[in-house]
Structures are given as C-alpha cells and as structure tokens.
Design a protein around this ligand. Structure first.
Ligand SMILES: [Zn+2]
Length: 440
C-alpha cells in the first residue's frame, strides 16, 4: 500500500479515536517527538519508563532528542530486562505512585506490550495523559482504552485511556527481536477468525456488528497481512485494531475464541523452556485451532449434536469444570458470576441452536468468505516465523485441543465455542481435531 493511502486511512481512523490525538507510523517518526511534546505538553516534565532492553533499543536515543530540545526529563524508571517482565497489575500501582511524585509530569512509555500496559494503567491512576514510543509491532494493545494485566493471577482488562500520542518508528521496530514482530503478525492474523466469531454473534443477535469498528479492523486487513515481514504494515494494522477498541469501548472487534484460548494458557502460567510464551505466539496457535474448528463445522455441518441438557444441569456441569480448572484463582467468584450471566435466560441456548440449524448453509457461506483456510493460516504464520504446532510452544496436541472446553467458560462473549456448545458438538469436534493429522 502506498504511503499517501496509508496516511489517509490513519487520519480517517483517528477521527473515531477518543484518547489518541497523534499517531505517527513511519521511518524516522521519533524525530517528531520533541515538537509534539512542546506543542501538547508545554513545560511539563517527561517521566520515561522502559526495561533494560527497550532502554537500549530506543530510550537513550529518545532522551538525547528531548534534552537537546530543552525538554525537562526526569530520571528514567527502568525495569530489569531479564526475566521477561510480566504484565502484572502491581507494577502499574508502583508506577502510579512514582508519577504522582512529579506534579504535571507526563509518563513516556518506551517499549512494547507490557511496558505500554503497565504505564497506561499507572498514568490513568495518577490521572495523567501519556505518550508511547513503540519498540516492536508485537501487540494490538498500544492504542486500546484498556490495559490487560494479570491481577491476582487472573488476566483482566482494566479500562484506562490509550496514549495521547503513539510513535511507531519503523526503523526502531525493524530492529526489534524477530519473534516480537512474528508475535504481532499473529495477533493481527487473529482478527480473521475473530471476525468470523463476530459474524456468528451478530447473526444470533448476541452482539451486533458495529460498522465503524468492523471496518477499522477488517477493511484493509488482508493488505496489512500480505507480507509477514513488513513491520510498517503490521504496526499500522495493529494500531487500527487498537483504535477500533477505543471506539467500541470493548475488545470484541479484535478478539474472539482464539484469544480466549490464549487467556487460559496465560492463567495456567504456561511456559516453554522456562519462559512465558509471547501473547501473539499463543494467539497464533489459538488462531490455527479455531480455524480447525470452523473447518470441521464447514465440512461436517452442524446437525447431529448431543441433546441439550436442562439449563440447571448445564450451569451445574460448567461450574464444576470451572472449579476444577481455575478453582485455585483468587477471583473464581467473579468467574462464577460470568458463567451465570452467560446462561441467565434458560431458553436462549435452545433458540440459538434452532436458528443455527435452520440457517447454517447461508451463515457458513458468510463465515467461509471471512476466513483463510487452515493451510493458508499455517503458511502465513510459518512465513512470519511463528510456530504452527502446539508442541512447539510446549503444549501437547491433546492438551491444546482440550482447552476449547475451558475457554468456552471464561467470558461472556459469544464465539464459535459457544456455538459448539449450543449445538452439542463440543466433544465431537474435540475428538475430530485431536485425531485429524491435518491439524498441528
Ligand atoms: Zn491480542
């Protein structure tokens, strides 16, 4: 895509943003930062936050630029580079206390997903706007109005404003570790099945599609995904996703069942070779698994599922599975209430099942035109440098596939996993994917 067209798309998208005023995605974009600060935050001291890796990647250079322009910069807060910083709520609290010590100080996040998320919430708690200089196109969360943080062991999105300014310098991002770019690519590719989930939810009147957020994410998605090594395109696509979340005030436009799988693996503290697996890498495996689910439904149709249990039995069985899977977590009570809210209308499951069975051929056509085939997804992920087998992130295939059952429980967001459950096909599909050698 040519640069003029890209800028036009970005400018158009910013019209819908409520928190982000400036978004630069270009080679050398960092050079514009001092003038932006002088214009938006005159005479306000800057409070840089980084980790040792991102400080080396862009921190020192940024500091020099700002000081040269006469901007007051407080001493940076630098997290250790190793082990990989976990996106934990306690860091946001720590930072908010630090930010409060400098009246009118403007936090400056220098980093990727984790640094941005802890600064985002920290800045909000200290009631400050903030700036983000992205060091890798690794996640879609830069521009979202929320910080996804582990909170007492549970992955929670805390509502808080997105950065006022986002700088994505493609020269900086091109120097990022290759696996971070691969992770961002997979997070962007996830918007393909996430869109299919939204089509399903819209059809069943569970969650109507809103055209602005749909188009922000989906309109040029294939163009952003065309070259898994084009950091500029990946970053632009991911930031548009963030803006869609700002507009929607929810992550529905960018996150479906593939993210629920990843959240479960996060809650299980899944590690590979003694290190947490990057968000996008897990989401990439989730994207493959959910594409496999849709593939099976396309091939086998949706009839012939197990009979629906009574509403009370459904709730009883699901609470038992929830306790067995996540009973050790502090907020299990909250998970119980989410599950109750999913099934609060005792007739709804039956109604959805009837509607899916009666309209499947046309709905399947719509979903098919949204999705890439399993082979296409695997090829794109391989080109991006992402693992395409669950074993490659230390999850054996049966364990990975069995996550479908648990992921259905954790959020009140209608996805293909709920459709499997409504249709009585969950066990059947798990068994087919587990034994089919095309998958993983
Ligand atoms: Zn994501």
């Amino acid at each position: 895509m040519n640069l003029g067209k890209k800028q036009e798309i970005l400018d158009n998208a910013l019209r819908y943003a409520t928190s982000t005023k400036i978004f630069l995605s270009d080679s050398g974009a960092i050079q514009a930062l001092p003038q932006i600060i002088i214009r938006l935050f005159p005479a306000m001291p800057i409070l840089p936050v980084a980790d040792e890796n991102t400080w080396a990647a862009v921190g020192k250079e940024t500091l020099k630029l700002l000081v040269k322009s006469g901007i007051s910069v407080k001493s940076p807060y630098i997290f250790p580079g190793k082990p990989t910083l976990e996106a934990d709520y306690t860091y946001a609290i720590e930072l908010s206390e630090l930010f409060r010590k400098t009246p009118k100080g403007i936090p400056l996040a220098l980093g990727s997903g984790t640094i941005n998320d802890v600064v985002k919430l920290g800045a909000h708690l200290a009631q400050r706007p903030y700036i983000c200089v992205a060091t890798a196109c690794s996640v879609d969360g830069y521009a979202s109005d929320g910080a996804a943080l582990l909170t007492e062991g549970f992955k929670m999105t805390h509502p808080c404003p997105a950065p006022a300014v986002i700088i994505g310098d493609s020269d900086v991002m091109a120097r990022a570790p290759a696996l971070l770019t691969a992770s961002g690519y997979a997070d962007l590719l996830a918007k393909v099945p996430a869109g299919a989930d939204w089509i399903l939810a819209d059809f069943l009147k569970e969650d109507p599609i809103r055209s602005v957020s749909w188009h922000l994410v989906q309109q040029h998605l294939h163009a952003w995904l065309a070259d898994p090594k084009d950091t500029d395109a990946i970053f632009t696509g991911l930031t548009l996703c963030g803006l869609a979340m700002q507009y929607q005030k929810d992550s529905r436009p960018v996150s479906g069942a593939e993210h629920l799988l990843s959240h479960v693996w996060e809650m299980e503290h899944h590690e590979h070779q003694s290190a947490p697996v990057l968000h996008g890498i897990k989401v990439g495996i989730g994207t493959l698994l959910i594409t496999a689910v849709f593939t099976v439904l396309m091939e086998q149709g949706v009839a012939g599922g197990a009979l629906l249990e009574s509403n009370n039995t459904v709730i009883h069985n699901k609470l038992a599975l929830l306790d067995a899977s996540f009973g050790h977590l502090a907020n299990i009570e909250q998970m119980h209430s989410t599950l109750h809210s999913k099934y609060k209308d005792p007739r709804r499951q039956e109604m959805r099942r009837k509607k899916l069975l009666a309209n499947w051929p046309e709905l399947a056509d719509q979903i098919r035109s949204q999705l890439y085939s399993y082979e296409e997804v695997a090829t794109l992920l391989t080109k991006a440098g992402c693992p395409v087998r669950s074993q490659d992130i230390g999850l054996d295939k049966n364990k990975a596939v069995a996550t479908l059952r648990k992921a259905q429980l954790i959020r009140n967001r209608y996805t293909v996993l709920d459709a499997l459950d409504d249709l009585g096909l969950m066990e059947n599909v798990i068994q087919i994917i587990s034994s089919d050698t095309r998958f993983f």
